[in-house]
Design a protein around this ligand. Structure first.
Ligand code: ATP
Length: 430
């Protein structure tokens, strides 16, 4: 019966069968050290010529990097390292003898690695990133369910824009003309809250962003959450709670992964403290004091986000932005109607914006006037306006970019490593 490497600690002195890939091999005369990986972890297997038949030893010698193998071995504690286990090989079979593997254990350039992304995914760091990504997804689902949100999916083909018309990907759609790939499922989950109260979606969204940065993809995964009867203040609390939960979850469950990634976890530990809050107005003043030439009414660039969070030990909320630079659906601040009740959450360590959220305009007439002022086609948004006709309630929500969160937690520099198969302006393959 197949045993998984992750479970070896509880099987010391027992004989087990491992199905794996050969990650690396070192031989020293009649002993071979085989580094194996089976997806759940890594283990060293020690094969001694004297313990094996001639044909089995021949296979050990023949096995190449990435060959798939079945090994029978006895689990033993590592002679020197605490909590490390190894296998003493009793039998060894090759399932498929791999051809010469293109990604050798040496430095390769990013273009070569991206061209070979389908193979690169098997390397240790990429394995660790995939697992952290999975943990973040799990943490998000756990936290939201605890807060009584349920998952309600939104469509990918949409008839209209959610986040501005300049970053839409059009797709020919039969006799109905043009569909657009979703930029965010927000508008749809706003409809669903009137049924289930609190919900979220989680899926790929698409932005025809021309930005060639280390934190923009054209296809990325977003979790949009939306809650009825939640206003601006509580919206921020839910976001803060979520980010804290994700970080704590990863610190507790991804120790090996973060070690492989050589991540200094000290800054992540600080996320247990309350997050900092600036209004947009305060943020601009602070940025000017710190030397940025940003003007009131402009969006914060990557550099500004860096300057603002440079000395912060916790993520920073920037709330209440000018209405003129934010989407039509955000609710006006009753104290100053030129502002909206929104927030961007900027992570520390140069990770940049991870969340955008807002209370939504729930008044029919005000929403209609914003749609008109933006020059949007009212017919396209009639269904969305309907939500303000039948039992409209104060409500708020936010979107968190999964890869941005993966990038922060793992400390990886480029977002292209935070998704299995990245799509950017210059990359559509593999
Ligand atoms: P940015 O200013 O960084 O381009 P945005 O203001 O366009 O982001 P929102 O529309 O608020 O972002 O989207 C919500 C979240 O989705 C962001 O906070 C971020 O985590 C993520 N996100 C947005 N655009 C991208 C992208 N092109 N690639 C990866 N993640 C993104």
């Amino acid at each position: 019966m197949q045993t998984f490497i992750k479970n070896l600690a509880s099987l010391v002195d027992q004989e087990v069968e491992i199905k794996a890939w050969l990650y690396n091999k070192r031989s020293s005369g009649p002993i071979a050290f085989l580094e194996l990986r089976d997806g759940t972890g890594w283990v060293q297997a020690v094969a001694a010529k004297s313990d094996l038949s001639a044909t089995v030893w021949e296979d050990v010698e023949k096995a190449t990097q990435e060959s798939s193998v079945v090994i029978l071995g006895k689990v033993a504690k590592h002679p020197k390292k605490e909590n490390v286990f190894e296998l003493q090989v009793k039998d060894f079979k090759i399932i498929q003898l791999a051809q010469e593997y293109p990604i050798a254990h040496k430095e390769h350039g990013p273009d070569f690695l991206m061209e070979n992304r389908h193979l690169w995914l098997r390397s240790k760091k990429q394995w660790a990133i995939l697992r952290v990504r999975d943990s973040i997804i799990t943490a998000i689902g756990e936290y939201l369910h605890k807060e009584l949100f349920i998952k309600v999916d939104s469509p990918v083909f949409t008839p209209n824009a959610c986040e501005g018309t300049t970053t839409l990907f059009p797709v020919p759609y039969f006799d109905l003309g043009t569909a657009y790939l979703s930029q965010s499922g927000q508008l749809y989950i706003e409809a669903a809250i009137a049924s289930v109260g609190r919900c979220y979606d989680f899926g790929p969204v698409f932005r025809a962003e021309k930005s060639k940065t280390k934190r923009h993809l054209t296809e990325f995964w977003m979790m949009d959450a939306e809650a009825a009867f939640v206003e601006h203040e509580e919206n921020l609390k839910i976001q803060e709670g979520l980010v804290r939960y994700i970080i704590r979850y990863c610190l507790n469950n991804c120790q090996e992964e973060l070690r492989i990634l050589e991540r200094n976890t000290e800054p992540l530990e600080k996320a247990d403290n309350p997050f900092t809050r600036y209004t947009y107005d305060e943020a601009i003043k602070k940025l000017n004091e710190l030397g940025s030439d940003i003007k009131y009414g402009e969006d914060l660039g990557n550099d500004d986000e860096g300057i603002l969070t440079k000395d912060s030990e916790v993520p920073v909320f920037i709330e209440k932005w000018p209405k003129s630079i934010k989407p039509f659906y955000m609710k006006r601040d009753s104290v100053n109607p030129d502002l909206v009740l929104n927030d961007d959450l900027i992570a520390i360590e140069g990770a940049g914006e991870i969340i955008g959220g807002s209370q939504r305009e729930d008044d029919y007439d005000l929403l209609l006037s914003r749609i008109k002022a933006e020059g949007l086609n009212i017919e396209d948004y009639q269904w969305y306006l309907d939500l303000r006709k039948y039992g409209s309630v104060p409500h708020a929500g936010f979107g968190i970019g999964l890869e941005r969160m993966v990038r922060w937690v793992t400390g990886v520099e480029h977002i292209r490593e935070c998704i299995p198969f990245p799509r950017t302006i210059g990359r559509l393959k593999p």
